[in-house]
Design a protein around this ligand. Structure first.
Ligand SMILES: Nc1ncnc2c1ncn2[C@@H]1O[C@H](COP(=O)(O)OP(=O)(O)O)[C@@H](O)[C@H]1O
Ligand SMILES: N[C@@H](CCC(=O)OP(=O)(O)O)C(=O)O
Length: 369
């Protein structure tokens, strides 16, 4: 049966660790594998990192730049080269590809989000393999995906993919970083989000020399994807043919089972497409009401708040320690909320001088994270 498959490959798999030069055989095998999946009728999207890494190799830089302007300039050099290599390889196999460069702001605005969705739909309908990366050259710090793990999960969620493969330089997820903890235990299956919390996985630092996120961003990417009903697999990028083996049922890598009832597309956009601009700290009663009883958030349950936001902006709903429980669209601005937090709904008209909404975040606009 035809599947929609999103494959993300990290810099650590695309380049040779010693030199930073391209790992050509890996890229060629990946190309062959993706073409094969396409020939079987699947819809395929490739999310490829490497712009900064390839740009560095081209310019003879021996480490990933830290200064933003330099990184953006280097990415502009690398992205072109990367696409040229992909286009040469895919064209050799008669497979058309497309470059799709996204920034976070493309997903924040609902109309642009839907536009991106329509473009992917058309490309997949045409049998094209979109090659996606963050538009590093123009992305600004406040509106960045920051890592392609998150970007690939958002893309998989957007197109409602069946599979998301996160290809990296380890064969699977371990209980701790196997580089520093040699007896770390391999994890073959994560059946649900609760189990993920129980496993208490240690993710150490920021990943390998050229990678950005390390394992922590892969785990949060898996969370986003499984909430959208996408089966997610972390596996080794050096053996791209394993993708086909995994699709045939071989137990390679770490599998994250998709949530049986995926969150609706609109709620996924609220939770992961939008960038929250404030934080509401809730009391225990409010936390129980929204997380167990599926109720809306009322002003009475808000202890304090942080940030400046307008009506209909996205905010994080947190416990008093700042742990996020949910996200939602607010019916009041931060100025209004400062005046009414902790107060009963019937007091609101008198405090504000006008009749506002009964709820601060209506349950239709609230999603547990
Ligand atoms: N619990 C863990 N299990 C497996 N790998 C881990 C874990 N914690 C940290 N890592 C590290 O994450 C690295 C992969 O992340 P990263 O370098 O960002 O890769 P990529 O470029 O593929 O995105 C691995 O090389 C590994 O050392
Ligand atoms: N957009 C950046 C990659 C960001 C990123 O997530 O890198 P990686 O951890 O190697 O997947 C680039 O193309 O260099």
């Amino acid at each position: 049966m035809t599947k929609t498959i999103v494959v993300k490959i990290g810099t650590s798999s695309l380049t040779q660790p010693e030199t930073g030069q391209l790992a050509l055989s890996t890229i060629a095998t990946l190309t062959e594998t993706l073409c094969h999946l396409r020939q079987q009728g699947n819809r395929v999207i490739l999310v490829s990192s490497g712009a900064v890494g390839v740009g560095c190799a081209r310019l003879g830089l021996t480490e990933r730049p830290k200064a933003i302007a330099l990184k953006q300039a280097v990415a502009a050099v690398g992205q072109g080269r990367l696409m040229r290599i992909y286009d040469d390889l895919f064209t050799t196999l008669q497979q058309p590809i497309a470059q799709v460069l996204l920034t976070r702001s493309d997903l924040v605005q609902r109309s642009r989000y839907l536009n991106v969705y329509n473009t992917f739909k058309e490309l997949l309908g045409l049998g094209v393999i979109p090659v996606v990366n963050e538009n590093d050259t123009v992305a600004v710090e406040e509106l960045k995906f920051g890592d392609n793990d998150t970007l690939s999960a958002l893309v998989a969620s957007l197109v409602e993919a069946d599979w998301l493969f996160l290809l990296t330089d380890v064969d699977r997820l371990y209980s701790a970083d196997p580089r520093s903890v040699p007896d770390a235990k391999p994890i073959a299956l994560v059946s649900n989000i609760k189990e993920l919390a129980q496993l208490q996985i240690q993710t150490g630092g920021q990943g390998s020399q050229w990678g950005t996120g390390g394992m922590v961003t892969k785990i949060s990417a898996a969370r986003i994807a499984i909430a959208a009903g996408v089966r997610t697999v972390i596996t080794q990028g050096r053996f791209p043919r394993n993708l086909e083996k995994i699709l045939q049922g071989e137990p390679l890598g770490t599998h994250f089972e998709p949530q049986p009832e995926p969150t609706s597309a609109r709620k996924r956009w609220i939770a992961y497409g939008l960038v929250p601009t404030g934080k509401l700290y809730l009391d225990q009663g409010a936390i129980a009401a929204i997380s167990q009883a599926g109720k809306s958030l009322l002003a009475a349950g808000i202890k304090t708040l942080e940030g400046e936001f307008d009506t209909q902006d996205a905010v994080q709903l947190c416990d008093t320690n700042g742990n996020e429980i949910a996200r939602g669209l607010v019916n009041y601005s931060s100025d209004e909320l400062q005046k009414i937090c902790g107060r009963h709904s019937r007091e609101i008209p008198e405090i504000l001088g006008y009749v506002g909404a009964d709820t601060v975040v209506h349950r239709d606009n609230l999603v547990l994270t």
